[in-house]
Design a binder for this molecule. Structure first.
Ligand code: KIV
Ligand code: ZN
Length: 565
């Protein structure tokens, strides 16, 4: 059992921003996105990407539409250094894309980092040092002044080295690492010292990136921290305020969304939430959350499966089947009530209307996903899903009462065999139940005639090995067939009749009719359906009637079913 955590863990203290503005705001536009898949994401892998995988990821990020991409930690590995050189020397960077690299605030690492960027058209140099109390006291043994001096001297060195490489347009990014655990006054002090040292202006803005290096509190607390910085930073017009949430508490997406309301203009994250520990914020989810609010995110996920397969190839990490928007199961409903609502939603959705399908916050087609997997059937499913699969896969539209009857057959089957039933499995069961099974009473042929304004029928049926020629009259072919069957001792009441056409060519030439006849025996019980498909409408309905009669006979005398099977 978990121990009482009160003596071991401290709750995060709210920052007391009484007049916070972010709760009343709504999103109106996307942030500037920065992908750190090739840096934060890469450094968190069992096996960091090689150059081939890095290049494939870089191309994919460019195709998606990222304009800022953190491509490496060049001072940390030779592969990363070489990759930056290859991007620049190989001319792989599109004109509208700016590469970014990360460095710790240490002189030799900064020198090597700047060296890696030689010849770049434009580059963001991202320098960081940790600012929270445990890092100051335990990890570095530094005072706050020394931590500020570490940041400022690093920025000074970057400025000098940048001046010596004037062919490149330089942008500075500074991150007070562990910002989310840092006293706000101190975070502001160090950020202001950095922008002052760089000489930030509205034409030469510094990116101040405020990371939730470790997610420490609920997203509203992070939003308060960001709004406080947004309101208190010096030279605010010369700063691009950026956030970099991690997902330690599982709320990185919410943290980023609230931070955007609180003043963040830029978001750093990874595809599908890759990154250190529980991951960086998932940019795909963030972008598509905006999309479902009617806001174009500026990133293209119209073939989300292709992006997912690339991410899996490059990271060697699988994407969870329930991952928002992309998981294999996220557009799948097994439960009967969900299937029923989705089926009705699809039927009601007009192509040019606002998307309004229950249980589907986004149209799967917008992401290049098909509707095929939306409804899947297992023992939790109901009639709606079964009917949907037969309709979309086989063009058979079941009457509602037949949906109920057949779903009991499906339920029996899934309870007995377990697992999922594909559309093909359901069709096979439907055919076996209604269309193909050998029955105690079987249709052979019929001829219609008219007498005294009545419909007459001569009907041949087989019972066992014997063929019977029956005669009957009624007010239509079905009624006449009901009367004909009486001479065999089969007493039926027709409770309902429907018929639909299936699979037609333009001239109707290949059309078939599917007839559904619901009958009860004259005792008024044992109602059940017969179904038949035939090119001739009348033949289909008479076959369906005989099928229903045979099914009733099997129910009343189960031995008949065994003999016929
Ligand atoms: O999570 C973090 O704080 C980082 C910084 C280097 C920005 O990745
Ligand atoms: Zn990070």
């Amino acid at each position: 059992m978990l121990q009482n955590p009160a003596g071991k863990y401290r709750p995060f203290q709210p920052i007391g921003l009484a007049d916070r503005q972010w709760p009343n705001r709504v999103h109106t536009h996307p942030p500037t996105w920065m992908s750190t898949d090739l840096r934060d994401g890469n450094q968190a892998l069992f096996e960091p990407m090689n150059v081939e995988r890095k290049m494939r990821m870089f191309r994919t990020l460019c195709e998606i539409g990222f304009k800022e991409i953190e491509v490496a930690f060049p001072s940390a590995s030779q592969t990363d250094f070489d990759f930056v050189r290859e991007l620049i020397e190989g001319g792989h960077i599109p004109n509208d894309v700016t590469i970014e690299v990360l460095t710790q605030a240490r002189e030799h690492l900064i020198r090597r980092t700047m060296e890696s960027l030689r010849g770049a058209r434009r580059a963001i140099v991202h320098v960081y040092n940790a600012t929270s109390q445990p890092f100051r006291d335990i990890v570095f043994g530094m005072s706050t002044q020394q931590v500020v001096e570490m940041a400022v001297s690093s920025v000074r060195l970057i400025r000098e080295l940048a001046a010596a490489q004037p062919e490149t347009e330089w942008v500075l990014e500074y991150s007070p690492e562990t910002f989310s655990a840092t006293e706000l006054d101190f975070a502001r002090e160090i950020c202001d010292a950095v922008t002052a040292e760089w000489g930030a202006t509205p034409d030469d803005k510094v990116i101040l990136n405020l990371p939730g290096t470790v997610e420490m509190a609920t997203p509203n607390v992070y939003a308060d921290q960001i709004e406080w910085m947004h309101r208190h930073l010096a030279r605010r017009d010369s700063v691009i305020l950026s956030v970099h949430p991690h997902n330690d508490r599982g709320t990185a997406v919410a943290s980023a969304e609230l931070a955007m309301l609180a003043g963040a203009e830029r978001v750093e994250g990874c595809l599908f939430g890759n990154g250190e520990r529980t991951g960086n914020v998932d940019i795909v989810t963030l972008a598509l959350n905006l999309y479902t609010q009617g806001i174009a995110p500026g990133l293209d996920f119209s073939d989300i499966n292709a992006v997912a397969r690339t991410a899996e190839h490059c990271t060697h990490l699988p994407i969870h089947p329930r991952h928002p928007y992309v998981g294999d199961l996220v557009f799948t409903a097994f439960s009967g009530s969900h299937q029923d609502a989705i089926k009705k939603g699809f039927a009601a959705q007009r192509p040019d209307a606002i998307w309004n399908v229950p249980y589907l916050p986004i149209d799967p087609a917008d992401l290049g996903r098909s509707y095929d997997s939306v409804i899947r059937v297992n023992s939790q499913s109901g009639k709606g899903g079964i009917a949907y699969l037969l309709e979309t896969g086989y063009g058979v539209i079941l009457p509602r009462r037949l949906q109920i009857e057949f779903s009991a057959e499906v339920q029996r089957h899934t309870d007995c065999h377990g697992g999922e039933m594909s559309a093909a499995d359901i069709w096979a069961l439907f055919s076996q139940t209604y269309l193909e099974r050998s029955r105690p009473v079987r249709y052979v042929e019929h001829h219609l005639y008219e007498r005294d304004g009545n419909q007459g029928i001569r009907l041949s049926v087989e019972v066992g090995d014997v063929t019977h020629l029956l005669n009957g009259e009624g007010n239509g072919p079905i009624d006449a067939a009901v009367h004909a069957l009486r001479s065999l001792g089969i007493e039926l009441q027709v409770r309902g009749y429907e018929e639909r056409s299936m699979g037609s060519s333009a001239d109707g030439g290949n059309a078939q009719a599917c007839a559904f006849v619901e009958v009860a025996n004259t005792a008024g019980c044992q109602a059940c359906f017969g179904v038949a498909i035939d090119v001739n409408i009348v033949t289909a309905s008479i076959k369906a009637l005989i099928g229903a009669a045979a099914r009733i006979a099997e129910r009343v005398h189960p031995a008949l079913a065994v003999e016929a099977a």
